[in-house]
Design a protein around this ligand. Structure first.
Ligand SMILES: Cc1cc2nc3c(=O)[nH]c(=O)nc-3n(C[C@H](O)[C@H](O)[C@H](O)COP(=O)(O)OP(=O)(O)OC[C@H]3O[C@@H](n4cnc5c(N)ncnc54)[C@H](O)[C@@H]3O)c2cc1C
Ligand code: FES
Length: 262
């Protein structure tokens, strides 16, 4: 069930890097109904501009306090408006929305999580849910430079950091390190990925080359977030329909459903 909270109070704010911060909200019903891969649509300002809500992946759920957390990268108007808020302020929130990751498909298998930039957000919540059921969890977290990384906290022992400029962790792109992992894995891996489309396209290619099940979470620009405006088409590979809609059919898709642009 999709819940609408016209005045959901921010319970905490954490400034993680100069460009990334997190916000927490307390809502027992929303927290209980949220699954990894789902997102919230948030009105970033009480004023008419920007008109549309912005989508934010649910990055963590804290069952002990009934809180949900989102990570926000300051990009444009909406994310900057949220950046001016803190504990005690309220926002209009719709959610949880979208098709989640299939967590069960990693039961007793090796789960490989590939996150690019702010695409790491839904993978944090996913990792929390995978750790008790997967045989192992391996997170590849890539960013252009060290300043775009977030601290992984208790997920650090499971995480391999990769930066394109070599300023932290290993040097290169996450997919450079996914390839050898797939070549040497004997634990029936399952891949989950979220990040920019060029990264997802390469993950899709590697998964298909190695015959490994793979789920991709797309960051397609959305307007309504609930299947009304038809503003989030994703080219489909399946012959029965030309497009999926990212907000209702996704944002999580099986890799073989999606046709990325050439
Ligand atoms: C399912 C989903 C989950 C998301 N999760 C997160 C999250 O966890 N954390 C987070 O920080 N952001 C997330 N986003 C992106 C977020 O919804 C906003 O798009 C982002 O915050 C920019 O909004 P803005 O108002 O700040 O910038 P805008 O003023 O809307 O945009 C600034 C510039 O960036 C471009 N742009 C914005 N968003 C996108 C996009 N998604 N794809 C391509 N171009 C874009 C715009 O065209 C414009 O040029 C997610 C998006 C989706 C669809
Ligand atoms: S964002 Fe409106 S239909 Fe997907």
């Amino acid at each position: 069930m999709i819940l609408l909270r016209e005045q959901l109070m921010i319970t905490a704010r954490r400034d993680i890097t100069p460009g990334i911060f997190s916000l927490r909200f307390r809502d027992a019903e929303m927290a209980a109904q949220s699954h990894p891969g789902q997102f919230l649509m948030i009105r970033t300002s009480p004023h008419p501009y920007p008109l549309w809500r912005r989508a934010f992946s649910i990055a963590r759920v804290y069952p002990e306090t009934s809180e949900l957390e989102i990570l926000i990268l300051k990009v444009g108007k909406g994310s900057q408006q949220l950046g001016m808020l803190g504990p005690g302020d309220s926002v209009n929130v719709l959610g949880p929305l979208g098709t989640p990751f299939d967590v069960e498909s990693a039961r007793n298998r090796q789960a490989i999580l590939v996150g690019g930039g702010i695409g790491i957000a839904p993978l944090l919540f996913l990792a929390d849910r995978l750790l008790p059921i997967a045989q192992s969890v391996h997170i590849l977290f890539g960013a252009r430079t060290a300043g775009q990384l977030i601290p992984m906290g208790q997920l650090e022992p499971y995480t391999e950091i990769i930066t394109e400029d070599g300023s932290a962790g290993k040097t290169g792109r996450v997919t450079d390190f996914l390839r050898p992992l797939l070549l040497h894995s004997t634990d029936h891996p399952v891949i989950y990925a979220c990040g920019p489309n060029p990264m997802l396209k390469q993950v899709q290619f590697l998964a298909e080359t190695h015959g490994i099940p793979c789920q991709l979470s797309l960051e397609t620009y959305m307007a309504c977030g609930m299947g009304v405006c038809m503003g989030c088409p994703v080219p489909a590979r399946t012959p029965d329909r030309p497009y999926y809609y990212a907000c209702v059919d996704g944002p999580v898709f099986h890799a073989d459903q999606i046709q990325f642009e050439e």
